[in-house]
Design a protein around this ligand. Structure first.
Ligand SMILES: C[C@H](CCC(=O)NCCS(=O)(=O)O)[C@H]1CC[C@H]2[C@@H]3[C@H](O)C[C@@H]4C[C@H](O)CC[C@]4(C)[C@H]3C[C@H](O)[C@]12C
Length: 329
């Protein structure tokens, strides 16, 4: 399971949890403006917007899980198993629109689009194909959240075509499809950050005997529908200062509300899904903040500290060892 969220204070933030039972060896990866992308069907793009995000680099190619570009547009792919269905690739002369393999979808959008509006235009003129990166790395079944400071959409490629939905809550988890996730929020119309009034029945005066009772009923399990509700409630009621430290700290608290602890979700005998990493990107400043399962210290990589006119990928391995800061020895 994974969860993605957006958050706005003075700047706009976007990030995700990557929940899984193993890691591919992903790294924080900056793709500078002159790294040449050789798209499977659409040809080469030699010069483009620079990107920063989390990627598994295979044979020199950045397979992005989530990223933002230097214009402030962000995108993340989350599992959509059983629902994702992609197009078959057609011979070039049989299609007038661009064909994009699912593994190159994030670079396809983020190298060329500065806003969600521009991304929508690209989406209207493309076919997303199920082409695998390689035999060893088969097609991933995903759906995507795309956001800038003004709007947010979800893209779901299913048997009945490519769907693009407005995402007014700015969160995404996994199954079921996004419209069902949104519909389920109706079940929680009565929850509140405020203490409840006693409305059970006129003859009973019930007592709000604990703080936080306005949120009673919000699910706490790790299923994707439940995480959608929980993180939507947390994000939409979130209050923080506007400054960078306050915003980033609050963002990690928002995604912390759906953190996965080892042992609570068994996926196969003896294998457990955990939150491998949590990211938070300041999309205006191009700073990628992250924590890992064992390293709760927020670590950051700033794309603007690098030569963005280069043609070589820049990778930083995840710092995954936590440290205790002793105060008395
Ligand atoms: C497993 C990851 C999604 C995590 C997630 O959503 N977990 C929820 C599990 S579930 O709903 O409960 O089943 C996804 C997110 C991005 C994916 C990777 C990216 O799409 C980049 C490449 C794409 C290649 O086709 C496959 C390898 C890969 C390197 C993908 C491996 C894997 O599918 C990743 C890492």
């Amino acid at each position: 399971m994974c969860t993605a969220a957006t958050y706005k204070t003075k700047d706009f933030y976007m990030g995700r949890t990557l929940d899984y039972e193993f890691s591919y060896g992903e790294q924080i990866t900056i793709t500078p403006r002159n790294y040449e992308f050789d798209f499977r069907f659409a040809g080469k793009i030699k010069s483009h917007y620079a990107l920063i995000g989390m990627a598994f680099v295979a044979g020199g190619y950045p397979l992005y899980y989530d990223a933002v570009n230097e214009k402030g547009l962000g995108m993340a792919g989350l599992n959509f198993v059983g629902n994702a269905a992609y197009e078959e690739a057609l011979p070039e002369d049989e299609t007038e629109v661009s064909q994009v393999a699912q593994f190159e979808f994030i670079p396809w959008i983020l190298t060329q689009c500065a806003t969600v509006a521009e991304a929508r235009e690209k989406l209207a003129a493309m076919r997303l194909t199920g082409t695998a990166f390689s035999e060893q790395l088969p097609t991933a079944q995903l759906h995507w959240i795309i956001a800038d400071k003004d709007s947010c959409i979800v893209v779901e490629s299913m048997k009945d075509g490519l769907h693009v939905y407005d995402n007014p809550v700015g969160v995404l988890t996994n199954n079921p499809p996004f419209p069902s996730q949104m519909f389920a929020l109706n079940n929680y119309a009565g929850v509140s950050r405020k203490q409840p009034e006693s409305t059970f029945a006129g003859v009973l005066q019930l007592d709000a005997y604990s703080r936080g009772m306005g949120g009673m009923g919000i699910p706490g399990d790790l299923s994707s529908q439940s995480r959608f509700v929980k993180v939507a409630f947390t994000k939409l009621n979130s209050i923080s200062g506007e400054e960078e430290d306050e915003s980033v700290s609050q963002f990690f608290h928002i995604l912390g509300s759906v953190d996965q602890q080892r042992g609570c979700c068994e996926v196969t005998e003896g294998k457990y899904e955990i939150t491998i990493y949590t990211s938070c990107c300041n999309t205006a400043k191009g700073i990628y903040y992250y924590t890992t399962y064992d390293n709760h210290q927020i670590t950051a990589v700033d794309m603007h500290a690098e030569n963005l006119d280069s043609d070589q990928l820049i990778c930083y391995p995840l710092l995954s060892k936590g440290e205790v800061r002793w105060q008395n020895k």
